[in-house]
Design a binder for this molecule. Sequence first.
Ligand code: CDV
Length: 310
Amino acid sequence: MPRFVTVAAGQLGPIARDDSRAQVVERLLAHLHGAKAMGCDLVVFPELALTTFFPRWYEEDLDLAEHFYETQMPGPETQVLFDTARDLQIGFYLGYAEMVIEAGRKRRYNTSILVERDGSIAGKYRKVHLPGHAENEPWRRFQHLEKYYFEPGPSFDVYDAFGGVMGMALCNDRRWSETYRMMGLQGAEMIMLGYNTPVHNPPAPEHDDLSMFHNHLVMQAGAYENGTWVVGVAKAGNEEGIEMIGGSAIIAPSGEIVAACSTKGDELAVARCDLDLCHSYKSTTFNFERHRRPEAYGLITAQRGARRPW
Ligand code: CDV
């Protein structure tokens, strides 16, 4: 039986700081309806898809930033996404800021969920690689305070959903080969990831011209080296004065981009993904069982930073 998942990369243009949840949810609903009309099973939305990318601003009192976080999922303003998913029989991946109280303490994560076509949550992921800095750095034209606003998640998991093995990651995760390999080792057939990537990188402006090249380079390599589909989706355009890259793309296990967005606004790019295409790569060049040599890879988990051995 062929296993096809028709996927839409549900790219979003900018979200303003003052946009209400209701305004943003309207745009997500338009994507769900548009994707359904194109025969899709699943829409992948960006990272922090319910708010502006607030880690660009320092707020000394974290409690004053609480309106950026969801304390319930679904909550009163997002329930309609789940109801629409069930009514239309279309699933979605959604990135958002999550706040939970555990052992009497507030804990904050950069989170994504995968919702099945019946509106049930098939999986939840908390971002592992939090880029940027934890301290206020006013010298930057804009900040990247993910290490301040979130704590890292524990692991990369995969989920039995949409007839395949589905994995999730978020933005900076896509630059790390460990992200894909951890899910590749669990048989991932489709890895979904949302991102918010400014064109300008304050600590390394010399990378600015290469931001789109690097975006596709890492996702295409991750797909090919693990024999998996990768769906990368941007929040793009000029958000609160900061130019963000677009370039949302659906990438086949061959590493080829098979569909892509061409604007920096709300846009859908659609591909009919044959999950069985993964097999050719997973059973030959990247037959892990046959060719990997974990006994030679000890440093990967034994140490974090690079150190010369002499
Ligand atoms: N949201 C992100 O994780 N953004 C990073 C930044 C630091 C550019 C990224 O890797 O795209």
